[in-house]
Write a protein that binds this ligand. Sequence first.
Ligand code: NCD
Ligand code: ZN
Length: 347
Amino acid sequence: MHPNKITITKPDDWHLHLRDKSALSTTVSHSARAFGRALVMPNLSPPIITVDDAVSYRERIIAEVPKNSNFQPLMTLYLTDNTELKEISKIKDSEHVLGVKYYPAGATTNSSNGVTNIEKVYHLIEEMSHLDIPLLFHGEVTDHHVDIFDREQVFIETILNPLTERYPDLRIVLEHITTKNAVDFIKDQSKNIAATITIHHLLYNRNNLFLGGLRPHFYCLPILKRDIHQKALIKAALSGNPKFFLGTDSAPHTQSKKESSCGCAGVYSAPAALELYFEFFENNHELDKLEGFASFFGADFYHIARSKKTITLEKNKWRMPKEFIFEDESIIPIHADQELQWKITEN
Ligand code: NCD
Ligand code: ZN
């Protein structure tokens, strides 16, 4: 079946970086084009540590939502060694904060305030388990002697596996998974444990980082892995297993910060993410599996109602701009100056 027009329940993006201040005028509209709701990551500088921080950040985002859109940001807190127990309890009474994000200190962009040792936050994790608040992991160890391509696998073996045994009721999302090891781990766990999958980890592997030269716009964390891992992610996304759902990890950085002698990690996918997921499911002859992955499984996991809105895309070629304005500079999006097959027509 090759339909030219498809209407599905409005999708949600379960892992998104919007940044702050002037960045919001670019990022919010790009996500609001395609997604009804998005779980917004808290790795600002300084990070979003308290429920009050999250509520005022949410207001700054809402102020940038285009008039014709009902886009809703859903918020997360950034876990630190010093997070107070009362902040975790406050989440339960907050209508806006859905989970807590765990960055191992030093693992990725703006993670220097992250957790230095999981034992320091066991008391907080215990409270999350008790209150049924999801804990979201950037799942990579930070030891520099561990090969960068193995950091997710080692995190699963040394941190996540023991944690699931210690707190069997804790709801966990392993974010932006990149390895077959992660897919196998998630499949083996209880229904409390799920994972998000980005479009760039489905479309690319580590060869794309070095195709004819160094390609800084493909550099993200966790880093792209070899094709056997990409194939495992593809199979998981297409499987219809509700433990795997959509999270773009769209992570904007200016062109100058990407194309630098020490470039930042992050792929800016929001301007085409949904269209590329459509293309990906279509090319794999599984378009009928897209709606579950994009619009149902994440909402079910987070215990919020599935969207009642819809979105329609048509087979209609368009070209991604070469760049956008971001923080008064340029930003290079995924698929810059390339053709896309699907276009959003009704929203
Ligand atoms: C993200 C960012 O830039 O905030 N970068 C990335 O490569 N994915 C952080 C993250 O999610 O690791
Ligand atoms: Zn991220």
